[in-house]
Design a protein around this ligand. Structure first.
Ligand SMILES: Nc1ncnc2c1ncn2[C@@H]1O[C@H](COP(=O)(O)OP(=O)(O)O)[C@@H](O)[C@H]1O
Ligand SMILES: [Mg+2]
Length: 341
């Protein structure tokens, strides 16, 4: 019987991860995903399933040795309370000889760092906004304006609000200083790309298919509504940002759709993503796509962009998850033959 071990970071770790003082990203979201995943894998798909919350390499190893899974469903976002150790999880699983869902270590590590992933894409010929990485505002002498200031290694829009978009050097410096003080990490200052925000989701292994495109629609008629997906727009349902920002199906002509999908696919491939993931683009006034964010092992919650895209393709939760698991199952056969994941 196929045995699936769902691995997630221990809750205390997730809380520590959310980074912004006094404002934890709701752990409930993570719990919901695990509950839904568990229910679908064990119920509709009939696998033998266990879930382990791991906070350290030793706990991960113990869980694997105890349950002896055919594959691991990797939902870990950190280890030892550090998002930087997220990419250690695939390394450990590989060493333990267990095939796992989602992207390998290199992809997770590179995508966690905004500057580095931007560089990889630029070198691969993918259109990306001009980006600089800074350790202090003193390094900031010139920049393309307007620009957006973001923490180098966060996701979920941590550290992003209306003041992230800057129109002059003093404002950029102030935002850089504020972010470094708040999040204790390098920041990136990036050319701001005005235009539609489109997300392109991929599913399947070895040849991922493109799911119907999603768009973040910004209601600019409301006073104070943002033009970007801020932290509040993502996590605070009572905020103006949240109510003026809606994930919708993207209405795009077939030729444009092919152009956007091709651009996103180049990014998915260049960064070495696998099984599933979401590439976020901004489309400028000339209709050219710019890659702003690549998300391996992206959020699988019901309301997340990826699951919405899968539903638009007519796939229900069970079908989507079984396609993700299928990739790992295919590799588990190779693992058996080779003796390493
Ligand atoms: N270069 C950019 N031009 C325009 N908008 C941007 C740019 N970079 C980020 N944004 C906006 O900020 C949001 C969060 O930035 P992103 O790089 O995706 O961070 P995270 O990794 O936290 O999701 C994006 O969804 C988008 O709305
Ligand atoms: Mg993003």
């Amino acid at each position: 019987m196929t045995r699936i071990l769902i691995l997630s970071s221990s809750t205390s770790t997730v809380a520590a991860l959310s980074g912004v003082a006094g404002d934890a990203r709701p752990d409930a979201c993570v719990d919901d995903v695990i509950a839904e995943l568990y229910g679908t894998l064990a119920g509709e798909l009939g696998y033998e399933v266990a879930h382990a919350e791991v906070g350290s390499a030793a706990e991960l190893e113990r869980a694997v040795r105890t349950f002896r899974p055919t594959v691991a469903f990797n939902l870990c976002e950190s280890l030892e309370g550090e998002s930087r150790f997220e990419s250690v999880v695939p390394v450990l699983l590989r060493r333990l000889g267990v095939a796992f869902t989602g992207s390998p270590a290199d992809a997770l590590r590179t995508c966690l760092h905004k500057y580095e992933s931007n560089e990889v894409l630029r070198r691969a010929g993918v259109r990306v906004p001009f980006t600089r990485r800074l350790l202090s505002s003193g390094e900031l002498v010139a920049l393309p304006l307007p620009a957006i200031v973001k923490p180098d290694r966060e996701d979920g829009s941590v550290g992003i609000d209306a003041t992230s978009i800057v129109h002059d050097l003093p404002a950029a410096r102030a935002r850089v200083d504020a972010l470094i003080e708040e999040l204790h990490q390098p920041v990136v200052v990036q050319e701001y790309v005005a235009g539609r925000e489109i997300s392109v989701s991929f599913l399947g292994y070895p040849a991922p298919r493109v799911l119907p495109l999603g768009e973040i629609s910004f209601d600019t008629s409301v006073e104070g509504g943002p033009e970007i997906l801020t932290y509040a727009a993502k996590w605070h349902p009572e905020s103006v940002d949240f109510v003026t920002t809606k994930p919708v199906a993207a209405a795009v002509a077939p030729t444009e759709m092919r152009k956007l999908a091709a651009c996103a696919r180049r990014a998915f491939t260049a960064l070495g993503l696998r099984d599933y993931g979401r590439v976020d683009l901004r489309v400028d006034a000339a209709g050219e796509p710019w890659v702003i964010d690549v998300n391996p092992n992206c959020d699988l919650s019901h309301e997340g962009g990826f699951m919405r895209a899968a539903r638009r393709a007519g796939l229900d939760r069970a079908e989507t998850l079984s396609l993700i698991v299928r990739g790992a199952l295919l590799r588990s056969v190779e693992v058996l033959a080779r003796g390493t994941a």
